[in-house]
Design a protein. Structure first.
Length: 510
């Protein structure tokens, strides 16, 4: 394996086995350590720490893995030596955690080094795994939220009860609901009434709450930020606001709708600005002025759209108005630079396929873990009931333990259902990203305002108008593709002219 390491660099070793079967088949920790120590000697690099998993880990929060991450966060310039890719990463979250460190990785048995001196294709293949891992984690979180959305739509508060309520099982059913907390509900009511009177500030209200004995569920005194969260929480007036949607809850309100609305009026004031007849501007909230303020849009003569710095009236800057057509043309030119040359398409496609294969394998492992865990919890619930009937445990202990274990089962079942839904979303979104990279500038020309807004928001993480030009930061997937394509462009004649044209087309990218 080619050396990428400065002799002054320090290294850490990470070793683990995935199962008892692997250990018996010659993949033991000792075998890994021998390989990695020999590699370190060959590379003439000092190994300062060895992180070894003593047992098979069922979660990404492995003890040695977590210790290694914490160590590397405070010791820069180190590299990681590990046997193979699947020894270091057990799930998608691990990819993200290691990538955040920005350390050089040596997968010794795979013969692969991921660092500044690596081949572009190796870096891309690894980078696409990291990005798809982030994408998968985000999608899984979204699917879990959808499961909670279903509960919210039924009027059931979907997560842990807010202060002043307790989670409980609805009598005669298995539904988990929230009920008023006898110890805190009345104090929450008085908190709202005091604030809605208009005579209390958050600071004076916090002092009152402390004197009245209103504490968090852990028994700690309330702080100002907690009081703010309580006042703006709609659950207290009987509403459930979840993921941008509102529904009427089946739980008992602690305050009237009138009191809650009056509190909101005091908290944020009434909004009188309704904009421009509901017109949706293409770049609303997407572009900042060089001074840091957002650009805001105005309609001139009923048909011309111009943008200007929203800080203009506060004399933050005096930048001129910018025609929307000028911004649109700038985005078209920028997105044209993302067209993927033929030479890169084959191994970009390969990278996506490998990432999907890796995702599927790790997803299968997680499904098995969840299924096994659910079965174990259900078995424990059955035994708990038997112990109660036999008089071996008290009714209070039975109820508390049953509620805890049933909540765990519910959480795991929601995640399991989310995993089954996320597979198609993962593949669809991955292919959409790839397609967008080559066709965005064509789509943009014929897109309406909302479609332009979606495309820019999807592909660009930050846009700034500076000195009459648009500067853009791409989201990671597109940034990785552009980085890779530029690094692989031929640098010698007769392709030099083509390369310069391509690089010129993406000079906006930063």
């Amino acid at each position: 394996m080619r050396r990428f390491i400065d002799v002054r660099t320090k290294a850490v070793i990470y070793a683990r086995v995935s199962s008892k079967e692997q250990e018996s088949e010659g993949y033991s920790v000792d075998a890994q350590l021998r390989l990695l120590r020999a590699y370190a000697a060959e590379q003439e690099v000092d190994v300062v720490r060895e992180f070894i998993e003593a047992e098979t880990a069922k979660k990404s929060g492995r003890r040695a893995f977590g210790e290694m991450l914490r160590y590397l966060e405070t010791h820069s310039g180190h590299v990681i030596f590990v046997e193979k890719v699947d020894r270091l990463y057990r799930n998608f979250a691990d990819y993200v955690k290691v990538d955040h460190l920005g350390v050089e990785l040596h997968f010794v048995k795979d013969g692969m080094v991921i660092g500044e001196g690596s081949k572009s294709q190796d870096k891309f293949m690894h980078g696409i795994r990291v990005l798809m891992a982030k994408n998968y984690v985000d999608n899984l979180s979204e699917e879990i939220r959808k499961g909670l959305n279903e509960k919210a739509a039924q009027g059931i508060y979907p997560t842990h009860a807010p202060l002043g309520y307790l989670n409980a099982q609805e009598p005669g059913t298995k539904r988990k609901i929230i009920v008023p907390d006898p110890a805190r509900a009345q104090l929450i009511r008085e908190l709202f009434e005091r604030y809605a009177s208009g005579l209390e500030s958050y600071d004076t209200l916090t002092k009152w709450a402390r004197k009245a004995g209103l504490t968090t569920k852990k028994g700690k005194p309330l702080v100002r930020s907690t009081v703010e969260q309580i006042i703006k929480h709609p659950a207290y007036c009987g509403l459930i606001r979840w993921q941008g949607k509102e529904s009427v809850g089946i739980h008992e309100p602690l305050v009237s709708m009138e009191t809650w609305k009056r509190a909101q009026d005091i908290r944020e004031g009434r909004t009188t600005n309704t904009g421009f007849g509901g017109k949706e501007f293409a770049y609303r909230g997407l572009i900042r002025c060089a001074c840091g303020e957002l650009l805001t849009a105005e309609l001139k003569k009923g048909k011309y759209i111009y943008y200007h710095c929203s800080g203009r009236k506060r004399e933050i800057c005096g930048r001129p108005y910018i025609a929307e057509s000028k911004i649109t043309e700038a985005y078209i030119q920028l997105l044209r630079g993302l067209h993927v040359p033929e030479f890169a398409i084959a191994w970009i496609t390969e990278g996506l396929a490998e990432a999907d294969k890796d995702r599927h394998a790790r997803q299968t492992i997680r499904e098995r873990e969840l299924t096994k865990s659910i079965a174990e919890l259900e078995g424990r619930l059955e035994q708990l009931y038997i112990d109660k009937i036999a008089g071996e445990i008290t009714t209070e202990f039975y109820r508390a333990t049953r509620m805890k274990w049933e909540a765990e089962v519910n959480e795991k079942m929601i995640e399991l259902a989310a995993i089954n839904r996320v597979e198609s979303a993962f593949i669809d979104q991955t292919m959409r990203l790839f397609e967008l990279a080559s066709t965005a500038h064509l789509r943009f020309k014929n897109a309406d305002s909302n479609q332009k807004h979606e495309l820019v928001g999807y592909m660009c993480s930050n846009s700034v108008w500076r000195d009459g030009k648009l500067e853009v930061e791409l989201h990671e997937f597109f940034d990785l593709m552009l980085n890779t394509v530029i690094s692989e462009l031929p640098k010698e004649e007769p392709e030099e002219e083509k390369r310069l044209v391509f690089v010129k087309s993406v000079e906006w990218w930063r």
